[in-house]
Ligand binder design. Structure first.
Ligand SMILES: Nc1ncnc2c1ncn2[C@@H]1O[C@H](COP(=O)(O)OP(=O)(O)OP(=O)(O)O)[C@@H](O)[C@H]1O
Length: 346
């Protein structure tokens, strides 16, 4: 198995992430769902082994909690190499990269989470590292400044981002593989819940796995968190096993929406429908009313609402669909003859 080296600030830190790390699949064949992505990665891994060449640089993008870090940590296990982990915000200047670059081993992996938050000056510093496995270091200042070139071990950079569109073109182009992770089906999430319950030595019924999956917003990280809650609930109120009725009870106590939406999803739709009459309206206006940054709305909340068809994006702005009106038990407004009311066809 890979040895995981975590150097410096950044990388996973909160409780959820620590818990997730313990439940992470170790090998590609243990990864559930994302079949096409896993297949392409397996091909790249097999080729890397046969050709004895490092894996090409890989970029994962997609909403939070869908497995970007999981894929990144599975790859060094497959290749019996090491991984160093950091994140874009922890790299404020080129010198912050040096400990990572000088610690590289031949074929090892450097993982940069939230790579879109890396400053441009750091980005430009690592271009030659990604292309030619060398970096240029400037020593001294002013007229005495001189540049020395340092050769690096051949490595693989894995970047993860929730905002693929925010990466500069030159940065994106330097990744040989770019993989988008999408939300999981209920069946896939139920499988993940079953496997993780076993890892936690918690007996769980198929019905309970499905119930937890249904309320997990298409996201394995949410499924893990709900499984943990159901486990704790059962230990406190029952016999430690998770049956379907117990899962219902536990998730109702936690006030997890039976439609799989979380509090922010629901509030987004309430604001769009109650304050903006269902739209169309700009995301900035919704963000200002909710007091949530537009980045959070576009990266974390909207992708799921769009996928579940509660929301459409039109050139005139965001619009609630009839399904969203039905969810909130509000009548879908008919356009007045003198106005273009909510229309899903703009
Ligand atoms: N494909 C998968 N198969 C099985 N378990 C998974 C899969 N993807 C994610 N998980 C589970 O979900 C947890 C969260 O995933 P992970 O931390 O990789 O998400 P992420 O996309 O990197 O999120 P973020 O971008 O917020 O860091 C993992 O620890 C693991 O338990």
């Amino acid at each position: 198995m890979a040895r995981e080296k975590i150097i410096g600030p950044g990388g996973p830190s909160d409780d959820d992430r620590k818990r997730d790390a313990a439940l992470r699949p170790k090998l590609l064949r243990e990864v559930i769902g994302q079949k096409k992505v896993a297949e392409r990665l397996q091909i790249a891994v097999d080729a890397s082994r046969k050709l004895k060449e490092p894996l090409g640089h890989i970029l994962f993008d997609g909403p939070p909690g869908l497995g970007k870090t999981t894929f990144a940590t599975v790859l060094p296990n497959e290749l019996s190499t090491t991984i160093q982990m950091t994140s874009g915000p922890a790299l404020s200047k080129p010198a912050d990269m040096l400990p990572f670059l000088t610690n590289l081993e031949e074929g090892s992996i450097l993982f940069i989470d939230e790579i879109h938050r890396m400053p441009r000056v750091v980005e430009e510093f690592i271009y030659p590292a990604m292309e030619d496995f060398r970096i240029d270091i400037v020593l001294g200042e002013g007229v005495n400044a001189r540049t020395i070139s340092m050769t690096l071990k051949r490595f693989t950079l894995i970047g993860a981002t929730t905002r693929g569109g925010m990466l500069s073109g030159p940065m994106r182009d330097r990744f040989k593989m770019r993989e988008h992770l999408d939300y999981y089906t209920i069946g896939e999430l139920a499988q993940i819940v079953g496997i993780n319950a076993k890892k936690l030595n918690t007996p769980v019924s198929d019905g309970a796995c499905n119930e937890i999956a249904r309320r997990s917003r298409g996201t394995p990280r949410v499924a893990n968190s709900l499984l943990h809650w159901a486990r704790i609930y059962s230990a406190a109120r029952s016999d430690g096993t998770i049956s379907e009725p117990l899962a219902h009870e536990a998730l109702d106590v936690k006030e997890v929406d039976a439609d799989g939406l979380d509090k922010n999803d629901r509030r987004y739709l309430e604001v769009l429908i109650d304050v903006f009459s269902g739209g169309p309206t700009g995301v900035e206006a919704i963000g200002a009313t909710m007091n949530i940054s537009t980045d959070t709305l576009t990266d974390e909340i909207e992708p799921y609402l769009l996928r579940e068809q509660f929301l459409v994006r039109s050139p005139r702005g965001r619009m609630a669909t009839p399904k969203a009106f039905a969810l909130l038990q509000k009548p879908f407004p008919k356009p007045r003859p003198d106005e273009k009311g909510p229309s899903l066809f703009d």
